[in-house]
Design a protein around this ligand. Structure first.
Ligand SMILES: Cc1cc2nc3c(=O)[nH]c(=O)nc-3n(C[C@H](O)[C@H](O)[C@H](O)COP(=O)(O)OP(=O)(O)OC[C@H]3O[C@@H](n4cnc5c(N)ncnc54)[C@H](O)[C@@H]3O)c2cc1C
Length: 606
């Protein structure tokens, strides 16, 4: 099986040439240490760790999976050693505050790290990924004592973390959470209930696990307004900050699942476990979702990662495997047949993967700059700034999470297709990428829920279309600047049309929804996908603008790189972007085509 190669050239192109990260870091308070040299060194070292340590464990981890024996969960061979290297390398604290042992680098640096780790080995990356969720929650809502107790060991990677929301009866609708929290005389709580599907719920990588748990106080109001948030450590911390008494939280079983088999997905039983309230009573959901935008960008990586990985492997295969002759004439006359890469249909598949991987990565890096500003606002106590950037990011996150993970599944499937029947055979790794990727459209809010969040909440309810107006203004301004450039004019014209159409569609859906409430749910998925294709078009045009400039100036060592960028942008605009129009049509179609059948008439079986 091939191994992952970190796409450092593309990453640096986006960071240094398209999005001016050096300038961005210079302007950030937390960016002082993120000098170009340091960023370069971090990327190189992280790439090496991912290529040499994490990638080789990708398939063996899938073969072996996690085990639960005598109440103890073990990860596959090699995971613990890799985790020790990860923790010793200080990777967990890359973007964590220095006062808690972190390196204090901007949040976006953490995302770059997550991208490489997640692409090399998504299952592995989930353990530190969930810990980051716990760290963020405690950092933002914990008391001084809680921060003092938990943040340093989490930052150092000695302790791990989880997010315990889901219960058997509810994943999306958390208002149905039943886990109970009884107040105790000493100010702590006793938690009783069952959580399912908990990633990293138990494992052997860290000496302690800090669960962040949603639960209900005895007389809490019904629904989402009656949910509080608790810290429930696997081992209660000692006064000295060490690991003390075992708490009554255990892994009841491991879920048997389609993919990410090296990630322990646990049923967690809380049997009167000691917990500590974090944040105000009954405001647990708000606290839990504070950093959701950054978490969801994290999950959007699971769209880009598989597209990149399956593209790398499919490309290598398509260059070697031979089949028949290219229709335009022999390309390799000395060989028995031409390589797959000379067939236009194989090109279609490869370029779709490439356009998704590079377009998706660029969307992430665009958003990561906003995340840096948002985090800086929170850290500095500048609520206005934090909210401003949270709103901007809030509009983009459902697009990133929903659209990119859907496209990640498509790209992974195409990678398998390039391999033909061999793609279905385990040894090549392509079917594993397909299985591992599928979860991304389900957890951290399904695509359907992202779509509702985008259209229902962010666009219609909260801003009455304002979020689309603001973003399309940005796109239109960019387009106008490039209208007179021969090379970029076609993109600029298309972007101007799409900016107007996106606003028009928003207004039409808004008006239709006033008459028929099902319209929002019926249109949401198409609206999300449409928004995704247009956003990616904007981001591809930004890459093309830089590439065109470099080619025009000439003399660049890597002119081929820029020409490839231009060719991929052209492919995106001519072969993938037209899909947006199908979504536009479908989005406006009447709800009757969905709702006219009675629920009992949906099938006539037996
Ligand atoms: C491998 C794995 C790891 C996970 N890790 C974690 C974890 O670490 N912590 C954690 O707490 N949870 C975790 N989860 C749970 C995951 O977040 C939920 O499964 C997910 O949020 C969906 O919830 P559900 O399964 O209850 O589906 P449901 O909420 O029952 O949804 C079913 C379907 O109905 C749709 N739907 C639901 N409500 C609406 C609506 N109002 N309008 C339109 N459509 C709707 C959904 O989009 C979906 O298609 C994990 C799950 C898996 C499989």
């Amino acid at each position: 099986m091939p191994v992952y190669k970190a796409p450092l050239r593309d990453m640096k192109f986006l960071l240094n040439e398209v999005f001016d990260y050096p300038g961005h870091y210079e302007a950030l308070a937390s960016g002082g240490n993120a000098t170009p040299d340091i960023v370069d060194a971090i990327l190189t070292e992280c790439g090496r760790f991912c290529e040499e340590v994490l990638s080789p464990l990708y398939q063996s981890g899938d073969d072996e999976g996690c085990k639960l024996e005598d109440g103890i969960v073990t990860t596959p061979r090699g995971y613990k050693e890799a985790y020790v290297q990860y923790a010793m390398g200080g990777w967990q604290g890359l973007s964590a505050p220095e006062e808690f042992g972190g390196q204090g680098l901007p949040a976006s640096m953490g995302l770059l790290k997550q991208e490489m780790m997640g692409t090399a080995n998504w299952s592995f990356s989930m353990y530190p990924g969930l810990s980051l969720g716990a760290m963020n929650t405690i950092f933002l809502h914990g008391s001084a004592t809680q921060k003092h107790t938990y943040l340093t060991p989490l930052t150092e990677g000695r302790w791990g973390g989880t997010m315990c929301l889901t219960e058997p009866q509810c994943g999306t609708d958390l208002g149905q959470v039943k886990t109970r929290a009884e107040p105790q005389a000493d100010g702590s709580y006793r938690l009783t209930g069952t959580k399912i599907f908990i990633s990293s719920g138990d494992h052997d990588l860290t000496e302690n696990i800090v669960h962040i748990v949603l639960a209900r106080l005895p007389d809490a109001p019904k629904g989402t307004r009656g949910i509080s948030l608790f810290i429930v450590p696997k081992f209660l911390p000692t006064e000295e900050g060490g690991v003390g008494e075992r708490n009554a939280v255990t892994c009841g079983s491991l879920e048997k699942k389609m993919g990410i088999k090296a990630s322990a997905t646990c049923v967690m039983n809380f049997d009167g476990a000691t917990g500590f309230l974090i944040g105000p009573e009954n405001e647990g959901l708000n606290c839990m979702f504070t950093f959701m935008n950054t978490a969801r960008i994290g999950t959007a990586i699971q769209g880009v990662g598989p597209a990149e990985l399956s593209y790398q492997w499919a490309l290598a295969y398509a260059r070697e495997r031979r089949s028949m002759r290219a229709l335009s004439g022999k390309k390799e006359p000395d060989q028995i047949a031409d390589a797959l890469i000379y067939h236009a249909d194989v090109r279609r598949m490869l370029l779709t993967q490439k356009a998704i991987a590079e377009g998706g990565r660029a969307m992430l890096y665009y958003a990561a700059r906003l995340a840096d500003h948002m985090v800086e606002g929170h850290t500095a106590g500048d609520q206005k700034k934090a909210e401003k950037y949270d709103d901007k990011l809030g509009f983009l996150t459902p697009i990133l999470k929903g659209f990119l993970t859907e496209l990640g599944c498509e790209a992974a499937n195409l990678g398998m297709q390039v391999f033909g029947g061999h793609g279905y055979i385990r040894e090549h790794g392509m079917e594993q990428i397909v299985r591992d990727t599928r979860i991304a459209t389900l957890y951290e809010g399904t695509t359907g829920i992202q779509a509702l969040d985008l259209l229902g909440r962010k666009v219609l309810l909260m801003t009455q279309g304002g979020a689309v107006r603001d973003f399309t203004l940005k796109i239109a301004n960019f387009a106008r600047k490039h209208l007179t450039d021969k090379r970029l004019r076609p993109y600029a014209v298309e972007l101007l049309k799409l900016s107007a159409q996106w606003n028009l569609l928003t207004v039409r859906v808004m008006l239709a929804a006033r008459k028929d409430r099902d319209v929002v749910s019926a249109a949401a998925n198409d609206f999300l996908m449409y928004s995704g294709y247009v956003t990616m078009a904007y981001i591809w045009a930004r890459q093309a603008a830089v590439a065109a400039d470099r080619v025009r100036k000439g003399g660049e060592e890597s002119e081929a790189f820029y020409r490839a960028k231009l060719a991929t942008a052209e492919f995106y605009y001519e072969r993938l972007l037209p899909r947006a129009q199908a979504h536009a049509t479908s989005m406006l179609s009447p709800t009757e085509n969905l709702m006219q059948l009675d629920a009992e008439d949906m099938a006539f079986i037996g």
